[in-house]
Design a protein around this ligand. Structure first.
Ligand code: GAP
Length: 448
């Protein structure tokens, strides 16, 4: 819904922190930006990679029934004709007769879809037009000729890259039903009204599974993925009370879906879709069989039966995951009589796991020892930073702000007396002395 943000101040703080600290920047910013595009900086990439790597581990490598693919973004235009996207992947576009702004009719509070009229939510003066269907696929041409035969589209979902590879997987691996194809990749939609930072963008990433089954008992597979999706939201550190399931009513479901559950999240701008789980029946494989002329059937050798498999599709947006994690992690409190803002990431998601400081930057013995510890921790944990700028208090604040769970300080006692370092906890600010030789094991147990 287009509406005033419920907590626009919080959203502004998150967007500002993301820019200031190198998580997310406006796309093409020095040229005035390009609506609906965002660029990820070093910490944003690390956070996104943590999301994607954990997802791939949980849903692909930790299982025996998943086949990963990485299909081309540009596909034969007939793929999108077969699925109905060319004719029907559209949103109802309405425009204001005064300020000329454009909106998605179904997202304007108060727009009457039956009467086809409503007031402009932006200028509050104009009337909105009747809706026109606007196709959201980005069209392009493959090759030097720009005619109808060279038309291609930037894929609006990763799903079809898996359906068109169904036969390849069958031929190469001979899997038995049930099994799934999984993919992480970019998708593009020419959204009428991109909004809310990285929530609704024109270029985004999806993590999708097309899980193929016999139709009988589809409910069990649906329930399995429903609970796996719930578990996933916990594993990435989302507060369970902020995640809600919405049984999508018949009228709002895609025509090919027999059941859809949306997983919604309490974003600062309101409760909105995070993920979707759909029972797509045999629609996609059936359509591709018919339109490509390639038999996409499954031969059940035990039952001596040929069938078109049905599909359960758990679909996750990477960018919405990142936004939900940022929203839940953003915390303000008071420490040592100072207000601090920090990101309370679950350790698995933190871009930097540990930061190492020498107490003073101009004392060679401290810097050398801190560098040695830093290098050792970096090989163990990957995301480790060395920081010797400003005083230790300021370094803590900087690391808190990017969500680093632990900071390690090397002081004079470390090198002259006890071979121990100070480990400081981001959330409580508590400090503990830990022996250097025990440090990796100590941090491993804390971070796991
Ligand atoms: N293959 C099914 C499919 O694409 P969808 O509900 O249109 O279903 C799945 O999209 C997920 O992709 C959404 O739940 C959301 O997380 C993400 N998503 C969709 N459109 C998006 C956009 N414009 N910007 C960011 N993420 C988007």
């Amino acid at each position: 819904m287009v509406k005033k943000e419920k907590d626009s101040e919080l959203m502004e703080k998150i967007v500002s922190l993301c820019k200031r600290r190198g998580f997310v920047y406006q796309g093409s910013e020095i040229y005035g930006g390009l609506a609906g595009t965002w660029d990820y900086g070093p910490y944003g990439v690390a956070l996104k990679n943590n999301v994607k790597n954990l997802w791939w581990k949980k849903f692909v490598t930790d299982r025996e029934d998943m086949y990963g693919v990485d299909a081309a973004i540009l596909m034969n235009q007939n793929v999108w004709k077969a699925t109905g996207h060319v004719g029907g992947f559209s949103d109802p576009l309405v425009a204001c007769d005064k300020c000329k702004k454009r909106f998605r009719a179904d997202q304007v509070a108060g727009y009457d879809l039956k009467e086809k009229k409503g007031k402009c939510p932006e200028c509050d003066k104009g009337n909105l037009s009747e809706p026109k269907q606007f196709n959201m696929m980005f069209k392009t041409h493959a090759g030097a000729l720009e005619d109808d035969t060279s038309v291609s589209y930037l894929r609006p979902e990763t799903a079809q890259g898996m359906f068109v590879n169904y036969k390849n997987i069958i031929d190469s691996f001979h899997p038995k039903l049930p099994f799934g194809l999984a993919q992480i990749g970019k998708a593009f939609r020419n959204e009428i009204a991109p909004r809310d930072f990285i929530f609704r963008t024109r270029e985004f990433e999806q993590m999708e599974i097309e899980y193929l089954i016999r139709p009988e008992g589809w409910q069990d597979t649906f329930e399995h993925f429903r609970s796996e999706m719930q578990n996933w939201t916990k594993e990435i550190g989302l507060n369970s009370t902020h995640v809600h399931e919405l049984e999508v009513p018949d009228a709002d479901r895609a025509f090919y879906s027999k059941r859809t559950i949306d997983f919604e999240f309490d974003f600062p701008f309101g409760k909105s879709e995070l993920y979707g789980l759909a029972y797509r029946t045999d629609y996609d494989l059936g359509r591709h069989s018919k339109e490509s002329g390639t038999d996409l059937i499954y031969l059940d050798e035990e039952k001596k039966e040929k069938l078109t498999p049905h599909c359960i599709e758990p679909s996750f947006g990477v960018d919405r995951t990142v936004l939900a994690i940022l929203c839940d992690a953003y915390t303000e409190d008071k420490m040592n009589d100072e207000v601090r803002a920090y990101l309370k990431f679950t350790p698995k998601m933190a871009p930097v796991k540990v930061a190492v400081f020498p107490l003073l930057k101009n004392k060679t013995q401290l810097v050398e020892k801190a560098r040695e510890i830093y290098k050792n921790l970096k090989t163990e944990f990957g995301g480790v930073e060395f920081d010797d700028n400003g005083n230790v208090g300021k370094r803590y604040r900087r690391q808190d702000e990017i969500g680093t769970p632990y900071c390690v300080t090397v002081d004079f006692d470390t090198v002259e007396k006890d071979q121990m370092v100070t480990v400081r906890d981001r959330d409580t600010g508590e400090q503990e002395r830990v022996e250097v030789k025990e440090l990796v094991a100590y941090l491993k147990s804390k971070l796991s």
